[in-house]
Design a protein around this ligand. Sequence first.
Ligand SMILES: C[S@@+](CC[C@H](N)C(=O)[O-])C[C@H]1O[C@@H](n2cnc3c(N)ncnc32)[C@H](O)[C@@H]1O
Ligand SMILES: [Zn+2]
Length: 275
Amino acid sequence: MYICPICKKRLKLSDNSYRCQNRHCFDMSAKGYVNLLTTKGRDPSKAGDDRQMLRSRTDFLDTDAYKPLADKLCQVIGEAAGNIREPVIIDSGCGEGYYTVRLAASLPRAQVFGIEISKNGAAHTAVRGRAAGCTNLRAAAASSFSLPFREHSADVILSVFAPVTNDEYARVLKKGGTLMVVSPTERHLFALKAILYDQPYENKPNRYSLRSFTLAGEQRLKYTFPVTSDKQAADLFAMTPYYYKTSPEAAARLNGCAPFECEAGFLIQTYRSSL
Ligand SMILES: C[S@@+](CC[C@H](N)C(=O)[O-])C[C@H]1O[C@@H](n2cnc3c(N)ncnc32)[C@H](O)[C@@H]1O
Ligand SMILES: [Zn+2]
């Protein structure tokens, strides 16, 4: 299913390595993912979220505070791919694989690919997939802007709080294929922001320029979840963009803040490829 990131020819897996006809070779790591990043211009080990952020995100997501979103995505993507015998689903910018693994487990006929620019994230996705017994899940370190897949080969691309690109998603999706984009609603995590900031602002809606797609539908998933410990609050904070923007003094306000109820709000947009 993968293509070579150098010459774009098909990659075949044998003896734990992916090889193309031009003899470019990419070994499967012991953790079960393949690194398909080309090193042009930057050090891929420093790309994407770092180990600490991934650990925080794993610990937070493992509290299942966002399980309602995972369940919703399994349902909506299951419906979108329902009539396809072996649907190909790509979770683009999959982080440490929380949603990827749940999709693979709930859609056993699908081939599910987790793509993540952080090697740690790709590794984590593969390890999570193995632990869950998902033989239909593959994980690769690669960029959403240069996906290691053939033209029009995927039925669904999912992006949860991750980069969105018109050209690359249109290239890889089949005609009529589904792009699903999840972004935060206005009040997502407002209670957390109210602790951090004197004047918390609502989130502005994300705007994407998706000229090769038509919006087929959108739904909002809203609920509150309990933040039961300072550790959970710190993990949640570390997986948000506020982590980079907040002064140490403001961040210290999280000490002793738990327990509190926090809003979760997800906008789930479904686009169809018109190319
Ligand atoms: C906010 S996180 C969301 C992760 C995951 N989808 C989730 O919701 O748990 C955004 C992710 O996108 C990844 N990312 C950023 N730029 C990327 C790119 N160009 N290609 C692939 N992944 C990228 C980051 O490393 C990070 O893991
Ligand atoms: Zn090649």
